[in-house]
Design a protein around this ligand. Structure first.
Ligand SMILES: Nc1ncnc2c1ncn2[C@@H]1O[C@H](COP(=O)(O)OP(=O)(O)O)[C@@H](O)[C@H]1O
Ligand SMILES: Nc1ccn([C@H]2C[C@H](O)[C@@H](COP(=O)(O)OP(=O)(O)O)O2)c(=O)n1
Length: 342
């Protein structure tokens, strides 16, 4: 009987069985074609939960290098460079007028959900205090209720994000104008995943009363009536258009910030829970590898299945394997374009 040009050998959970051939559910899918060459390309596909994808991406090339020591294995290529959304740090922006309750709710979120809280205002105030060259400029902007140039703010934010290495960030009080927004987009590109915007909506008279109260103890140079009013103008003229921008993208979650802290918190949790759910439901990431070998797929696939099970445990990685004769696979996959892992 003619050997099939393509044999889809298995679609199995690595944890489900010890060897490919022994698995229930193994099936052969026949595609017409005469036998060509002895050499085969073994295509292995790994489906990895989004949460594990980054670690798997780091492990796979190292593992394949070791695997190449096996006799009969001629080479290995990783087909798909990895850049899934799931591996990017998630960012939630927290916006609202001065005194709307951004900092208060952010603290609650940090305590319950473990997000890293980055307040643009706090970072700027810390930078000012550190006595850096730009300290005086920051000082003037803050007292005047104006928005500091983004080159300064985005650098502080990115330094904090990179230094922290966390996965979920609350970016509070940013982006506050178009300059903030474009600077952020330029610097972060697609490295971060913006999940949405928490927007605390509160009328000026409520915010003003809160800020004057806060000013009795905050020690902030801008919690006085003159600066507060300037900040309100900046908020209306510069920040509200940013909210409109994100609203158009369906990313804004508006929360009535006038109510008691606990009531605001209850609604905040609903929004964060929805984000958390979204992050959990991230689809798995698929990695594809081609192994070049002399004949016989089964021993290699079984070996990889065992190794993956040992390394990653039951049910973590789903693996399937297929075998192609070299002449067919060159056509099917444009092998010239493949990325070598080394
Ligand atoms: N829902 C609320 N009801 C009453 N006071 C609040 C509420 N949320 C915050 N505050 C108080 O109002 C002031 C401003 O809140 P804060 O969280 O610092 O606002 P923001 O970070 O938006 O400037 C603080 O003194 C805070 O304790
Ligand atoms: N993205 C930002 C955030 C804050 N700032 C400056 C200007 C703001 O009036 C002050 C205070 O901001 P902060 O968010 O700490 O406090 P309020 O929301 O105004 O109460 O910091 C900025 O220049 N750019």
């Amino acid at each position: 009987m003619l050997r099939q040009a393509v044999r889809r050998v298995a679609a199995l959970g690595v944890g489900a069985c010890a060897g490919v051939g022994a698995c229930a559910g193994v099936h052969a899918q026949s595609l017409a074609g005469p036998p060509r060459a002895n050499k085969e390309i073994h295509e292995l596909e790994f489906r990895v939960s989004a949460a594990m994808a980054e670690k798997f991406d780091a492990w796979l090339p190292v593992y394949l290098k070791g695997l190449l020591e096996l006799p009969g294995l001629l080479g290995a290529k990783i087909l798909k460079p990895l850049k899934p959304a799931a591996t990017k740090p998630a960012v939630i922006f927290v916006l609202g007028g001065p005194g709307a309750g951004k900092g208060t709710q952010s603290e609650y979120i940090v305590n319950k959900y473990g997000y890293v809280h980055l307040s643009a205002g706090d970072l700027l105030r810390a930078e000012r205090k550190s006595g850096s060259a730009q300290g005086q400029l920051i000082d003037e902007y803050i007292a005047e209720g104006k928005i500091v140039p983004v080159e300064i703010t985005v650098k502080l934010l990115m330094n904090a994000i990179e230094a922290n290495g966390g996965k979920r960030f609350l970016v509070d009080g940013f982006p506050r104008n178009t300059n903030n927004l474009s600077g952020w987009q330029q610097v972060t590109g697609d490295r971060l995943r913006v999940m949405g915007v928490l927007f605390y909506d509160c009328p000026e008279e409520v915010m003003e009363a809160r800020l004057l109260e806060r000013g009795k103890t905050s020690g902030r140079t801008d919690d006085n009536l003159e600066s507060i009013r300037k900040r309100f103008r900046t908020y209306t003229n510069e920040t509200q258009p940013i909210l409109a921008y994100y609203e158009q993208q369906g990313l804004v979650h508006k929360i009535d910030g006038t109510r008691e802290v606990e009531e605001v918190w209850a609604e905040t949790q609903d929004v964060i829970n929805a984000f958390e759910q979204e992050l959990l439901e991230e689809p798995p990431v698929t990695f594809r590898v081609h192994l070049h070998a002399n004949e016989s797929l089964l021993p290699f696939s079984a070996r990889v299945a065992r190794d993956v099970l040992k390394e990653w445990g039951e049910g973590t990685v789903q693996m399937s394997a297929a075998s192609y004769s070299v002449s067919d696979s060159i056509k099917a996959f444009g092998l010239d374009a493949l990325r070598s892992f080394d």
